[in-house]
Design a protein around this ligand. Structure first.
Ligand SMILES: [Fe+2]
Length: 410
């Protein structure tokens, strides 16, 4: 470690120590029981119905006929599977087009020489997932700017109390990568984690306001769906930490995938973050530490600290091409460590990033990267697509796509 890195590390330890001194050791007994009960309930749901993740049909979203009971379940579970966001045939066509895009432009060959630039997940138990640093293939841009996606994003934003933080009717697009996981792979995966902030959740002023009821010993008053101060949080600068406020993370399946196919796992407890926040402040955690939270990394959810919560880890149900899944930005999730299926499990990540000043500012920087085919500003500047044939261009944007890319006023 260089002197500079050591100083930075010391400074962070100091920040953590100061935060812990201020926050004290809040009581967490009721939280442990709550999490254990929720995990037991959702395991029973998974056993009885094959899945604990709420499911709705896209057509119900479009018609405005999603039931109040479904909405309540989505809010409690913090996630939702949406059937038929895009037609199966279209998703399959996109899957083939991406395969050609990768092949024709020799992504594999080029990435070998640039590997290791993205260190975000490297401390998780199983790192190096089969996630492609590609952002601008035509299918990705089409999936993000689709009118059906806009309708769905509006619905998902409506699950929040925006509290003046954002306009959920519109969004600025967030360009993310691709997962294409080969069948039989048993070395790669993503251990359970939360994106969008690690130690900052305890030290940053805005995060501290968001979680105030938790830190003040009133955790039952905490509402994960209240957006107040959510767009004001400041993350430790790091490659691959999202600079936009995402009301949901999510993806659209391009190939069929279910339990055992190396796909998404979640702990579908919207309030699970409460457990993580309080656990790190207990007396058995060393000074200057927060149960392994490290700056610039995903917040790892670990068996040695968070066993109660991990009891609720379940895999998403079978997804057909064109189905999608979305989850709250504080929800624990990961990717199965083994892909025991027979087909590649492929997805396009499509987050929900509503209109707000924070997202507009990033959107403008991202638009410049798009026009040149470079990696978006949040990601390692591998810039594979600069000279890729078949990349989406400005002329591929719809009017909606232009607006989402902040290009409508230029
Ligand atoms: Fe993640």
């Amino acid at each position: 470690m260089t002197d500079k890195a050591e100083t930075a590390q010391e400074q962070i330890r100091g920040e953590i120590t100061a935060a812990r001194r201020e926050l004290g050791i809040p009581e967490m007994r009721g939280v442990e029981e709550y999490v254990r009960d929720e995990c037991a309930v959702l395991r029973r749901e998974a056993d009885a119905h094959g899945s604990a993740v709420p499911e709705i049909a896209y057509e119900d979203v479009a018609r405005g006929t999603v039931s109040a009971a479904s909405v309540a379940r989505i809010r409690r579970r913090g996630c939702v599977v949406v059937r038929g966001v895009y037609e199966r045939a279209l998703a399959e066509e996109w899957n083939s087009e991406i395969a050609r895009y990768i092949e024709d432009n020799d992504y594999q060959g080029k990435s070998l020489s640039r590997r290791g630039m993205d260190k975000y997940f490297s401390d998780l138990a199983a790192d190096a997932p089969q996630i492609y640093a590609l952002y601008w293939s035509r299918p990705q841009v089409m999936a993000r700017q689709g009118g059906r996606m806009a309708v769905l994003k509006r619905f998902l934003n409506g699950l929040w109390d925006a509290a003046g933080e954002f306009d959920g009717a519109e969004d600025y697009t967030y360009a993310d990568r691709l997962r294409r996981r080969r069948a039989g792979d048993d070395t790669l995966g993503l251990s359970p984690h939360i994106d969008g902030g690690s130690y900052e959740r305890w030290t940053d002023a805005a995060f501290r306001e968001i979680y105030a009821p938790v830190f003040e010993g009133r955790w039952a008053d905490y509402d994960p769906w209240c957006a107040r101060r959510r767009t004001a949080v400041e993350n430790f600068p790091s490659p691959a930490v999202c600079s936009m406020f995402r009301s949901f993370q999510g993806w659209v399946a391009l190939s069929g995938q279910g339990v055992g196919d190396g796909t998404l796992q979640m702990v579908p407890v919207a309030n699970g973050i409460v457990y993580l926040l309080l656990r790190a402040l207990q007396g058995d955690v060393g000074e200057g530490e927060l149960c392994g939270a490290e700056p610039g990394r995903a917040l790892g959810v670990l068996p040695e600290w968070h066993g109660d919560l991990l009891e609720g880890l379940v895999t998403v149900p079978w997804m057909d091409p064109g189905d999608g899944v979305w989850w709250h930005p504080d929800l624990v999730h990961g990717v199965e460590s083994r892909h025991g299926g027979s087909e590649s499990s492929n997805v396009i990540y499509v987050g929900v990033s509503p209109r707000c000043e924070k997202n507009r500012l990033y959107g403008e920087r991202q638009a410049r990267a798009f026009l040149e085919g470079r990696s978006p500003p949040d990601f390692a500047s591998e810039d594979y697509e600069v000279d890729f044939a078949g990349r989406a261009l400005e002329s591929d944007l719809s009017d909606l796509g232009r607006a989402q890319m902040t290009l409508d006023n230029n």
